[in-house]
Each structure stands twice: as C-alpha cells, then as structure tokens.
Design a protein. Structure first.
Length: 238
C-alpha cells in the first residue's frame, strides 16, 4: 500500500475544514489509479463552481498526495484564509503583471521537487451557458512543456449543481452527485524540444489537454461535447 505524502500543519488545517464540506455531494470517482503515488505531476481540471478547489483538494488528498494549486494572487490578501492557503503550498498567479513569470517558476520548482500541481486553465469558473470548458489560458501548456512530468486531464461535474457561482444559488438538498474522472496522461512528446515553445505550440498543447478534459466531461454527463470552446470575450463584444 502506497504511503501518504508528508504534509504539514497548514495542510492539516485545510483538511479539517474541507473534508466535512465534501459531504455536500455524493462522491463518485473514476481513474484514480492514474494519479502517481510519488513524483511530480500536473493535474488539469475543468472549473464550474467556486466549490471546485475544496472538492478537488480533498480528492487529491484522499489519493495520498498533497495538492499545490495555482490560484489568483488576490486570494492571498484575504485575512486568515490567505495565510492558510499560502502555508498549504498554494502558488500565487500574478496574471498581467511584472510578476507573472514567478508563477511558472514556482510551479516548475514544485514539480521538480516531486510535488503535485493542480491547475484550472480557464482561469475562472466557466461562463459557457451549458457548463462546458471555455477558452483557456496557455499557462498550462508552458508549465507542461517546461516540466517533464505526467499531465493528467481531470473532469469533475456536479459541484455546479450544489453552488452556482453566477446565479449565487446554493442547493445542498437533495444531495447531488459529484463525479471526478481522471484520464490517461496526455502525450506531448511531439511538442517537446522547442525552447522556448512557439505561440502556435502553446495554443495547440492547451487545446490538446483541454480536449481530453472535455471528452471526459462528456462521458460523465452522457452528452456530446460541443465543437470548439466558448469565448467570453466575443460574447461580451456581441
């Protein structure tokens, strides 16, 4: 039996708060054997609810790994909560600032040290009217091509039925099913070797990873996924 990755006091505090919250949903998991029991890996999730980081953190922790999330730097300025998430190893994302490169550097360092890094390439909860993944940022591709570690696509569905971040509707009862499905590692061998990778390669790698996430989500939902990705910028301009 694999041993649990060593954690610390801040991770234990997060676990004490997060684990009870997962009882809001009935847990269904698939493909958990694909999560490496040791060594670095990038876990790529879709994002449909503000509950996702809680559910996903516990999901990874149940599989005996300590998740390191990439999160907006503004979260670190929240009293008390900011100190806890920082202590738990969360990596701040300084999007659109002079410090943006620090996020990639810190995430790459964590992976080189054998850590699990979790990322939501959409950057925020999906604005797609039907909850499918929307157009994603290429940071996930930069990280994947910088670090020679497994990149696992993961789809999760059901948290949005408990809490909808756009309507602010909280519906804990009756309990909803929250399904998490881990896919096979994404084969990025054809894109490795370019240093630095071209913008074209970054776009293709981002789409390749998110296509796998979308396929897994389609299986969970029992629906056919739409072609392409919702672009909130075009929606706002129309």
């Amino acid at each position: 039996m694999a041993r649990r990755e060593k954690d610390g006091i801040w991770v234990k505090i997060c676990a004490a708060v997060f684990y009870p919250l997962t009882w809001l949903g009935k847990r269904v998991t698939r493909g958990t054997e694909r999560i490496p029991r040791q060594g670095g890996a990038i876990l790529v999730f879709n994002h449909v609810s503000h509950l996702d980081p809680v559910i996903d953190a516990v999901f990874v922790h149940r599989n005996k790994r300590v998740p390191r999330f990439l999160a907006k730097d503004s979260l670190f300025r929240i009293p008390v909560a900011g100190k806890i998430i920082a202590g738990a190893g969360t990596i701040p994302v300084y999007r659109g600032t002079a410090n943006a490169a620090e996020s990639l550097r810190d995430a790459t360092k964590a992976l080189s040290e054998g850590k699990i890094v979790c990322i939501y390439p959409e950057g925020t909860i999906s604005k797609d009217p039907d909850g499918w993944p929307m157009r994603s940022f290429p940071g996930v591709a930069r990280l994947a091509l910088t670090s020679d570690v497994p990149v696992l696509p993961i789809a999760r569905w059901g948290t949005n039925h408990i809490y909808n971040g756009y309507t602010k509707k909280f519906s804990p009862f009756p309990r909803k099913t929250v399904t998490t499905y881990v896919g096979e590692p994404v084969d990025l061998s054809q894109f490795r070797g370019e240093d630095p990778p071209t913008n074209t390669a970054l776009v293709r790698v981002t789409e390749l990873i998110m296509n796998d996430v979308k396929k897994l989500l389609a299986e969970i939902r029992g629906e056919e996924a739409p072609a392409g990705y919702f672009n909130p910028k075009k929606k706002a301009e129309s």
